[in-house]
Design a protein around this ligand. Structure first.
Ligand code: ACO
Length: 171
């Protein structure tokens, strides 16, 4: 497995909370998304969320570069199984810059995914905790997310509470 400094990472790995890495133990590694994580099963993990067709290597790298160019906005993290070098969990924090709240920042949590084989082992909780810590370090005054009814108990266990409703219009 390559070390973090051998990879092209989406953001500075010093933002990853060391306490959460310690909680995960030595067999799992938490880090920012890397530009070649398509080769480590990123789409296999995302497929627990919805149909997740693979992008070509070029399209994946182009998307990665596009997100990385938006400095301070996209914080996608992955948990990697150290022995297989495969991704087993992933989650995103997107930082929105507002005029409101004295030009405050709001964190949006998206695409939390844990491989079926390792669900129920607190990886989801660790991903949420890590994204919250990153959001706090970036100065977000709140973090929000949308989820289905069946995931409400999970997010409540993570310390979130229900507020308002989601609306959607597909184009
Ligand atoms: N119902 C009730 N409790 C739950 C559920 C559930 N569906 N899922 C987890 N929990 C509880 C666990 O029992 C645990 O409680 P405990 O601390 O009392 O033991 C706590 O929540 C933490 O659970 P984790 O082990 O961290 O959960 P896991 O690693 O399995 O991750 C996740 C949860 C992310 C929902 C995972 O099951 C998954 O990937 N599901 C499919 C994809 C998905 O639905 N993702 C969320 C989409 S919403 C969004 O992305 C904003």
């Amino acid at each position: 497995m390559k070390s973090d400094n051998q990879l092209d990472l989406l953001f500075d790995s010093s933002l990853i909370p060391s306490i959460i890495q310690e909680q995960l133990g030595p067999d799992l590694h938490l880090r920012p998304l890397a530009s070649d994580d398509n080769t480590r099963g990123h789409f296999d993990v995302l497929s627990v969320l919805t149909v997740a067709p693979q992008l070509s290597a070029k399209a994946y790298k182009d998307k990665f570069d596009e997100l990385k160019a938006c400095a301070g906005t996209y914080f996608i993290i992955v948990i990697v199984n150290v022995s297989t070098d495969k991704i087993v969990g992933s989650g995103s924090l997107i930082v929105e810059r507002k005029f409101l709240r004295s030009a405050g920042l709001v964190g949006h949590i998206e695409d939390i995914a844990v491989s079926k084989a390792v669900q129920g082992k607190k990886l989801g909780l660790r991903i949420i905790n890590a994204l919250e810590e990153i959001g706090a370090a970036r100065g977000c005054y709140k973090i929000i997310l949308d989820c289905s009814d069946k995931n409400i108990p999970f997010y409540e266990k993570c310390g979130f509470k229900h507020k308002e409703y989601q609306m959607v219009r597909y184009m």
